[in-house]
Write a protein that binds this ligand. Structure first.
Ligand code: DGJ
Length: 730
């Protein structure tokens, strides 16, 4: 079984198919972390070293042994007040405002199945086949009556271990939680790099790799959203780790609000990696009997480089985080109205667009922003989710019917969490927006954020959404969110330090209510493109609009970076018009198609009426091609063959789990004078097997392909692109 307890040695061990995680309750009741690495048997407590560090490190009073300090020892759940001066997971204050606690082991329990977190997103198990188990370890502080339940979930076949923590006030006075992070990994030795996924609006999640030196290296968000700027995925790896070699550890936060991910190298050159809630805008009082849940972190380990980390995370997110009928289904090929017409459309114009899309073989028309209230620009209307009947020429259901009649499914855009001051909703309920009394609010895109911590606000939004969705004909919803939260003040909160966390609980509640009422609905997440691209949202929305930047050159980098933590099935990827509206760059339609088709959930967002015949023919052929490769993009193992930032050829690959099929994609990104031949070297093919290239029928040895590669593009022309499909033939 994946979880075991060695009672005499007080060892708790978690085993996955290829990794082992071990902790120990020591003689003083502290829970020490021993190991997370390659599969290993036995007692690993010999890894702990004790020596006198000149009395400069804090020793617990009952230990009275200068070789024992929690400032040095590796810990499972470091807390402020123990003498550990590194970054803690937990900081609390008692009713007088005094900092600190002293958490010691009380008991543990091993349960079948993976725990869930009511009201919060969390990975789930698929039943007995997953062999999932839960370990619950309870730590207590007697003085405060505080109890912390550490939850570990293990999905052994996926090499995934999850963590969450529940902080309960079982005492008789208020305790305020000032910091409640979820997961920590302490390393007693090692030289590491840290990889984070950073960017900005329209340039999200490009990897930054840095050496971990003494001090702390952190990324996070105080924006009330996981953010376009930093993503809640962090990887720690050996300095020499590559895609295919070296030890790597990753943490992914299953939460969509503010976060902090930190790596620290301490005075003894030991490393700590940790992840959890942002604490700058958080201060959560717990009255006696109350609790707070530190949201889930997914961890995985690879001793075979970064590629294996991604494969583990892709499988886990695709199968054990995403839910509902769309989890495993081919996604519709969309035509989205945003970059096609922005706010400038009518029902008739959309029906024309739908007709053209049907001719080209697409599946669904999405009516983006601008269909409701007075929303003819982005200054007004958010909050009023009643259709603009004059613009649409009828109700949303009428338009859906007209679009269905030409053979397409129909979807709409919403941004339920927001309100414009110029809206009927705001005029009726100005207090429903998050604004600070006596101060003008900070605007973002001229809008304010609704207070989703309040049930009556969520009820109103739910009713408004139901009024539209109940009419029928809507198969898809794009759920957008286009600004950060700045003014953190709720009129009904018992304490303003709770608002951002309670907001997220409110958002998840609203999303869950919509999901349960419309189980067949495909919801695509969006937040100014990829501002809320996280495992938390993927629990509710199996795909997310990857970025507002649809320039194929930039998308290569954005999709490359996103692929470290997330599967392609989660990434919305559309072909848009050229010159690109953000970069001004012109890239041939062929390459734009390759990047979007090989990027994830495929679609178009351009005015199809403006295309010439040649472009229309090419789009038809792209749509046909996508239908033959869609299963590989959605469920195949993903290989980053080059880093598009540096390479002259951006190349990536999908291989079916059984190795029977492969798809190699490549785009020439740079051409030098009389340049070198570009070779693409696939990975993951079945060693010793032969593969037939579907387009030319030629048979190749898998070993030779994976050794010398395949020449493409000689001589190269800029933005030439390739998609080679292979089938194993023997
Ligand atoms: C931001 C999104 O990322 C875009 O795709 C589009 O839906 C706009 N919002 C609409 O306002």
């Amino acid at each position: 079984m994946p979880l075991s307890y060695d009672a005499p040695a007080r060892l708790l061990t978690i085993s996955t198919d290829n990794s082992t995680y071990q902790m120990k309750v020591d003689e003083y009741g502290y829970l020490l972390h021993l190991y997370y690495g390659a599969r290993a048997e036995g007692d690993l407590s010999y890894l702990l070293t004790y020596c006198d560090r000149s009395g400069m490190c804090g020793c617990p009073h009952d230990v009275a042994d200068r070789t024992y300090s929690l400032d040095v020892l590796p810990q499972e759940f470091p807390f402020q007040g123990s003498g550990d001066m590194r970054s803690p997971l937990l900081i609390v204050r008692d009713a007088e405002g005094t900092f600190g606690c002293d958490l010691r082991y009380k008991c543990h329990e091993i349960r079948p199945g993976k725990y869930g977190l009511p009201g919060l997103p969390a990975a789930y198990d698929e039943g007995a086949d997953d062999d999932a188990q839960t370990l619950s370890v309870t730590l207590t502080d007697e003085r405060l009556g505080l109890e912390v339940e550490l939850l570990y979930g293990v999905l052994p076949k996926l090499d995934v271990i999850t963590r969450a923590a529940i902080v309960r006030n079982n005492g008789e006075a208020r305790v305020t939680v000032e910091k409640a992070q979820t997961a920590c990994l302490d390393f007693v030795t090692g030289d590491f790099d840290v990889i984070t996924f950073d960017g900005r609006h329209a340039m999200e999640r490009r990897p930054t790799r840095r050496q971990l030196k003494n001090g702390a290296l952190s990324v996070g968000s105080r924006r009330g959203m996981s953010s376009n700027q930093y993503n809640p995925v962090m990887i720690l790896c050996d300095r020499e780790a590559t895609e295919t070699a070296g030890r790597c550890w990753s943490m992914s936060f299953v939460y969509s609000g503010g976060f902090l991910a930190e790596a620290e190298r301490d005075q003894y050159e030991q490393a700590r990696m940790q992840m959890g809630l942002d604490s700058d805008l958080f201060s959560y009082p717990l009255e006696p009997g109350e609790k707070i849940v530190a949201p889930e972190v997914i961890m995985t380990y690879s001793d075979a480089g970064l590629e294996k980390i991604s494969h583990n995370l892709h499988r886990c997110i695709r199968r054990n985080v995403c839910r509902g009928p769309w989890r495993d289904a081919p996604r519709p090929i969309l035509i989205n109205s945003w970059e096609a017409c922005y706010f400038d459309f009518t029902g008739d114009k959309l029906v024309e667009l739908a007709k053209k899309a049907a001719e080209l073989g697409l599946d669904m028309l999405v009516m983006d922003d601008g269909w409701f209230g007075a929303r003819n620009d982005d200054h007004r209307g958010l909050g009023d989710w009643q259709p603009n009947m004059a613009k649409l020429g009828g109700t949303v259901a009428d338009l859906a019917r007209r679009v269905n009649e030409v053979g397409l499914g129909f979807g709409i855009w919403v941004e339920p969490e927001m309100v414009n001051e110029d809206s009927d909703l705001f005029r009726a309920h100005p207090d429903w927006a998050l604004t600070v009394p006596g101060r003008e609010p900070v605007l973002g895109r001229d809008q304010l954020v609704l207070d989703l911590s309040r049930p009556e606000v969520r009820d109103n939004l739910f009713e408004q959404l139901c009024a539209v969705l109940d009419q029928g004909g809507i198969d898809y919803v794009k759920w957008d969110y286009n600004r950060s939260i700045v003014d953190v003040y709720s009129r009904t909160a018992s304490d303003q330090g709770k608002v951002l966390y309670d907001y997220m609980l409110g958002l998840y509640d609203l999303l869950e209510r919509v999901r349960s009422r419309y189980p067949e609905l495909l919801i695509e997440g969006c937040s100014a493109g990829g501002g809320r691209f996280d495992a938390g949202m993927l629990y509710y929305t199996p795909q997310i609009w990857t970025s507002d930047n649809t320039d194929a050159r930039n998308r290569l980098e954005i999709q490359y970076g996103t692929s470290f933590g997330y599967p392609c099935s989660a990434m919305g990827a559309h072909v848009s018009a050229c010159p690109n509206e953000i970069t001004g760059r012109t890239i041939p339609l062929g390459a734009r198609g390759t990047v979007a088709m090989g990027g994830g959930a495929f679609g178009y967002e351009l005015d199809l009426m403006e295309l010439n015949d040649r472009a229309c023919e090419l789009i038809k052929s792209q749509v046909n091609t996508y239908r033959t490769i869609e299963h590989l993009v959605r469920e195949g193992l993903f290989y980053r063959l080059t880093d598009p930032k540096d390479a002259t050829l951006a190349a990536w690959e999908f291989v079916s789990e059984d190795g029977a099929e492969a798809l190699v994609c490549a785009v020439v990104t740079r051409v030098d004078g009389y340049g070198l031949a570009n070779y693409v070297v696939p990975r993951g093919l079945t060693p010793g097997a032969s593969y037939r290239m579907v387009s030319n029928g030629r048979v190749y040895s898998a070993d030779a392909l994976m050794d010398m590669g395949l020449p493409v593009s000689v001589p190269a022309t800029p933005y030439e692109s390739f998609m080679y499909r292979f089938e194993r033939v023997g």
